[in-house]
Design a protein around this ligand. Structure first.
Ligand SMILES: Nc1nc2c(ncn2[C@@H]2O[C@H](COP(=O)(O)OP(=O)(O)OP(=O)(O)O)[C@@H](O)[C@H]2O)c(=O)[nH]1
Ligand SMILES: [Mg+2]
Length: 222
């Protein structure tokens, strides 16, 4: 199962929507506020340290970055790392530009199969998360897959985590919610399985896991 995600490789980066190549394989977008852990979760899921740029500095990811999955030459799905939003220091112009790009991407990207909304459960869903939810809700009703991923779960007690999870389940409105920690590798199997089924169909048999080398060094986390 994870072997499939470990095939991830950089495909392209697009500063603007019109630079995104039209693709005919299913795409899964990682969205959420700046610093929520989008890039880190992509690196953890794909077991690659610096595939997506993660950083303590909010606003690290400025373009839409695409990563291809599947055996070399046989791309069968794509992950999209999107710029985060809600970072206060971003100038108003850049914020408006972001909202336009994101809105258009979520409304018009034809091969978009699923959206993973990353949320730091210590902050909960912010106003911009709610706006995003409003944008994609009609598409979720039309079959778009949707997951609220509660990141940095290592920072919560078990009681806090359970509470955050039940709130997120309600907020997901027909989608899924999961706890995740890059630090503890919590939720990894579950999310990997979900993404596989989203892109290959509910009843597709999972690939037989290939033995993978262990991480020699844990990712840098705050
Ligand atoms: N403790 C802990 N820290 C995490 C975890 N995931 C991410 N972080 C930290 O959170 C910070 C932000 O992570 P990023 O992955 O760069 O966040 P992002 O959502 O891609 O941010 P932008 O690119 O600005 O939108 C980094 O310092 C990470 O090390 C986690 O599971 N546990
Ligand atoms: Mg990022």
């Amino acid at each position: 199962m994870h072997g499939w995600l470990h095939t991830a490789r950089f495909l392209t980066t697009a500063p603007q929507l019109e630079h995104l190549p039209a693709l005919d394989v299913p795409e899964i977008a990682f969205v959420g506020r700046s610093n929520a852990g989008k890039s880190t979760s992509i690196n953890t899921l794909t077991q690659q340290k610096r595939l997506a740029f993660a950083s303590k500095t909010p606003g690290r990811t400025q373009s839409i970055n695409l990563f291809a999955l599947g055996k070399q030459g046989q791309t069968d799905a794509v992950l999209a790392d999107l710029p985060g939003y809600g970072y206060a220091a971003v100038p108003r112009e850049a914020k408006l530009r972001w909202q336009r790009v994101m809105g258009n991407y979520l409304m018009t990207r034809e091969n978009l199969r699923g959206v993973v909304l990353l949320c730091d459960p210590r902050l909960g869903l912010t106003e911009l998360d709610e706006i995003l939810l409003d944008v994609i809700r009609p598409r979720v009703q039309d079959g778009l897959k949707f997951l609220i991923l509660l990141t940095k779960a290592d920072k919560l007690t078990r009681a806090e985590a359970n509470k955050a999870l039940s709130i997120a389940k309600l907020q997901s409105g027909g989608g899924e919610a999961r706890l995740f920690s890059a630090l503890k590798k919590q939720g990894l199997d579950d999310v990997a399985q979900l993404l596989w089924h989203w892109t290959h169909g509910e009843h597709a048999a999972a690939p037989v896991a290939a033995p993978t080398p262990a991480e020699d060094e844990p990712p840098a986390l705050d």
